[in-house]
Design a protein around this ligand. Structure first.
Ligand code: G6P
Length: 601
């Protein structure tokens, strides 16, 4: 979703900001813009619809480089995708420029109350915010920080924002503020930066300061001052980002998604190395976490998208190994329609980004009710990790492609390890994880097979199905999401037994039906369902495990402990989705309308 970068005191602001915007592209956006200035008061204001590359062309033609500036990728919420609605937004007198992530719920009311004489050129809530700052500074004579604070104080309680503001009369100073949306200040001895995503600025600095909700920061080339919501100066925690800039590069891969699919074996090894010591003893999960979980009478896993699907698999581990009843909930449902809870609930927030607004809303609500919670996130130092009582890393490494792959397998693995800390899996989990890593590579080595399946079974198809039972049904949901979100083939993931209650009527001659068949107990029944759809014309593609295979199956998965088979079964689906998308000449990493990190509710 929307992304923010800003710099001050650097030698060349434009290339720094454009590079940052490119690093933010993965989050999803539909327009971009930049405002640049130097100490002599020269400036440039450039915005463009579509890709950052188009903005870069326009900016390079303009030729101004600047020493400070703010830039933004916008994912439209208020108003269509137009140049006028792109950020930065500016005040009518060209004094203030503002970029904004989030939503101001009462912007129409503020516009009517304070800005009736002002001519607006965009449909955005952000323009209201910048015009307000200008009014309070220019007409009412408030200092910049006072004007900024006053504008923020007028925003409705449910508003979310990451703001970055420039006053043309104060060259080199950036004003930043945040609530619910992430915003970090990066410091270095060759200029300071602000960003909504540390990875975007990692080439400039790895040292960041976390802003808290309600904070305002004043960032100059050689200083950063942070004030809390009560306008008191505060020292916020510094942290060093532990990523190599190369981790966020594609290397020789044509797309991030393929790189991330291939990385899954290494991710499995890294997770095992982090959570087990040399003797095979669990480490890194404190007793404080396991004690609290053991006290609970029910676990509630809350998540969105792919993370929700990972939760559906995790449920099995918590129930079967830890013997704790577990429910899995969609964050956007739970947040606004909380179901009846057990007497002693414990919450697990599963999230790649740690920033999903709906999951955060649930965390906020359940904390208010006094319930304990743990976040399992890929991005540590994110909102969900900071605000939960406990946090554990998922360790997938930076995931850039919008379609999540390695974060899913990592989330499943970390849930398995956590469940094993609470109960007994009945086998040597560490040894099995080593096997899982080897077998992931064996599957990703078979790319040609999946390319062929994608190019034949899905050729010219507009719809498809993934079916399974039990854990295979859970993986079917994720498999279907992968295919539909990037190839736009309308795909349903289904608990196979439900087909006959309605959906089987959609099966036509040649409809691709992928069956995931890895669970012994239900294999026979699932074979029956495969036969039923085949009898109605479906083109069935069975992906099964070694001991369950039959003639005619499309792919045989290597065998690991049955409950860990979801980690292997999802990989063919990821690769089939990838190749089907390539075959349609679509952008694998940036599917239309989607964002990597969904920071609006
Ligand atoms: C977006 C992403 C998905 C992700 C979902 C939840 O829709 O495109 O890949 O699964 O958000 O995000 P989270 O960061 O909380 O896992």
């Amino acid at each position: 979703m929307c992304g923010i970068v800003g710099v001050t005191g650097v030698e060349q602001a434009l290339p720094c900001l454009l590079h940052g915007l490119q690093k933010l592209e993965y989050r999803g956006y539909d327009s971009a813009g930049v405002y640049l200035m130097d100490n002599a008061g020269n400036d440039a204001y450039i915005r463009e619809k579509g890709r950052v590359a188009k903005l870069a062309e326009k900016a390079k033609a303009n030729g101004f480089i600047g020493t400070s500036g703010i830039a933004h990728t916008r994912w439209a919420t208020h108003g269509n995708v137009t140049i006028e609605n792109a950020h930065p937004q500016k005040s009518s007198d060209d004094r203030f420029y503002l970029v904004h992530n989030g939503v101001i719920e009462n912007y129409q009311e503020l516009k009517a109350e304070y800005l009736s004489g002002v001519h607006f050129v965009s449909e955005t809530d952000t323009e209201v915010a910048v015009q307000l700052v200008d009014k309070f500074a220019t007409e009412d004579g408030l200092s910049n920080v006072e004007a900024f604070r006053k504008m923020i104080s007028l925003l409705g309680d449910n508003s979310a924002y990451g703001f970055l503001l420039i006053d043309t009369k104060e060259p080199g100073t950036l004003f930043a503020a945040k609530k619910k949306s992430p915003l970090l200040v990066g410091v270095s001895d060759h200029g300071n930066v602000v960003t909504s995503d540390a990875a975007a600025m990692v080439d400039v600095t790895k040292e960041f300061i976390e802003l808290h909700d309600g904070d305002i920061a004043i960032i100059k080339p050689d200083s950063v001052a942070v004030y809390d919501a009560q306008a008191e100066p505060v020292d916020r925690q510094h942290f060093t980002l532990e990523i190599d800039p190369e981790d966020t590069d594609k290397g020789a891969y044509p797309y991030y998604m393929l790189k991330e699919i291939d990385e899954q074996a290494v991710v499995a090894r890294n997770i095992a190395a982090h959570y087990f010591d040399e003797e095979g003893q669990l480490q890194g999960i404190g007793c404080a976490i396991t004690d609290k979980m053991k006290e609970a009478d029910r676990l509630y896993i809350v998540a969105a998208g792919t993370s929700y699907h990972a939760g559906l698999v995790g449920k099995r581990y918590f129930e079967q190994w830890a013997k704790i009843p577990t429910e899995v909930h969609i964050a956007s449902e739970f947040a606004y329609d909380q179901p009846m809870l057990s007497a002693k609930p414990f919450f697990i927030f599963l999230s790649q980004s740690g920033e999903t607004a709906d999951s955060r809303e649930v965390l906020y609500n359940v904390k208010k009710q006094g319930f304990p919670g743990l976040t399992l996130a890929n991005v540590m130092n994110s909102t969900l990790t900071r605000e939960a009582d406990f946090a554990l890393p998922v360790l997938a490494g930076p995931e850039i492609a919008v379609a999540s792959t390695k974060a899913y397998t990592a989330q499943v693995l970390v849930q398995a390890i956590l469940a094993s800390a609470l109960g007994n899996p009945g086998f040597d989990l560490k040894a099995e994880l080593a096997k899982v890593a080897v077998e992931i590579s064996a599957i990703t080595d078979e790319k040609e097979t999946f390319k062929k399946i994608a190019e034949t079974a899905l050729k010219d198809q507009k719809s498809a199905f993934y079916i399974g039972r039990g854990l295979d049904a859970a993986v079917s949901l994720e498999a279907a999401l992968k295919l539909k979100e990037i190839s736009y083939v309308q795909t349903e993931g289904f608990a196979a037994g439900e087909l006959k209650h309605g959906t089987i009527s959609l099966i036509e001659d040649g409809t691709p039906v992928f069956a995931l068949l890895t669970q012994k107990k239900t294999a026979g029944l699932l074979r029956g369902e495969v036969a039923q759809v085949a009898a109605r014309g479906a083109n069935t593609v069975v992906i099964t495990s070694k001991s369950l295979t039959k003639d005619g199956d499309a792919f045989v998965l290597p065998e690991v402990a049955e409950l860990l088979m979801p980690i292997l079964a999802v990989i063919p689906a990821q690769l089939i989705a990838y190749y089907a998308t390539l075959d349609r000449n679509l952008d694998v990493d940036r599917p239309r309308n989607l964002a990597k990190s969904v920071t609006v509710q």
